[in-house]
Ligand binder design. Structure first.
Ligand SMILES: [Zn+2]
Length: 264
């Protein structure tokens, strides 16, 4: 029995060693395979992550695009709303009637009626004569005489007297010399007054409202297009309505109300 056991162990030893070498080879091959599989797995995971990231980026871009489009649309809608409001306002003033105006055009001259063509009218300017107690006719004469004296360049399309009379000195298709940088795209109205503070009389004030409303209608403008001379260049004109901002705001509100009341 003992011999047999020895024989078996002797016979087994070399064959055992051979198997170990083969096993080692197989193990190595298995390990190489495993490593390859692991690398393939890692590669697949990396690709999956990359794919997910690309999807996220595309999704982000789509959301961003939609947000920007919505914002753009919102802005366009607001602009359209503003245009519509403006249009409504313009439609509202279509029933305003032309006030009584006496046309007494100045003689063409380089100092007060140059005869140059007026372009598109964008604003209506309000002035005061800076000469208390003078009438509309006197101020018209002053402009007329500038053609003879050449003392300075000045004029306005209209002069409103302290009794409310309106004299037109310059045709509406010609420029006046009233607001330095804006003569070619605006209409100017001079207002007479009695008090030193420059406040208009009720008669002047009412005529100014009527004339302004009619001009706004004629040029498809809105109350927001009314300007003081002061708003373009800072000159204190019309004095009272520069020193009393609330009085100017009140004038604009009264003008708006007058236009609304003029609707049939
Ligand atoms: Zn002025």
């Amino acid at each position: 029995m003992e011999l047999e056991i020895i024989d078996i162990s002797d016979n087994n030893r070399p064959s055992g060693n051979r198997k170990t070498v083969q096993q080692q080879k197989r193990e190595r091959a298995r390990r190489i395979q495993q490593r390859k599989r692991r690398r393939r797995k890692i590669l697949m995971i990396k690709l999956a992550i990359l794919f997910c990231m690309m999807l996220l980026i595309i999704l982000f871009c789509v959301i961003l695009y939609q947000l920007l489009t919505k914002l753009g649309n919102g802005r366009e809608e607001k602009a359209a709303e503003r245009d519509f409001e403006r249009l409504e306002e313009v439609i509202e003033i279509n029933d305003v009637v032309r006030p009584a105006i006496r046309e007494d055009f100045l003689t063409e001259n380089p100092y007060s009626r140059p005869g140059e063509k007026l372009g598109t009218v964008n604003n209506i300017f309000v002035h005061y004569t800076a000469n208390p107690g003078t009438s509309a006719a006197q101020n018209r004469s002053y402009f007329e005489n500038l053609g003879l004296t050449g003392e300075t360049s000045a004029s306005a399309h209209f002069v409103i007297g302290y009794d409310g009379e309106i004299i037109q000195c310059i045709p509406l298709d010609e420029i006046a010399y009233a607001v330095q940088k804006r003569n070619y795209d605006s209409i100017s109205i001079e207002c007479c007054y009695l008090e030193k503070d420059g406040k208009f009389t009720d008669a002047t004030y009412n005529s100014l409202i009527q004339l302004s409303a009619w001009l706004l209608k004629e040029y498809n403008l809105s109350v927001s297009d009314m300007r003081r001379h002061y708003d373009e260049g800072g000159k204190k004109c019309p004095l009272y309505y520069v020193e009393h901002e609330d009085a100017w705001e009140q004038f604009l509100a009264d003008l708006k109300q007058y236009i609304a009341d003029s609707q049939v």
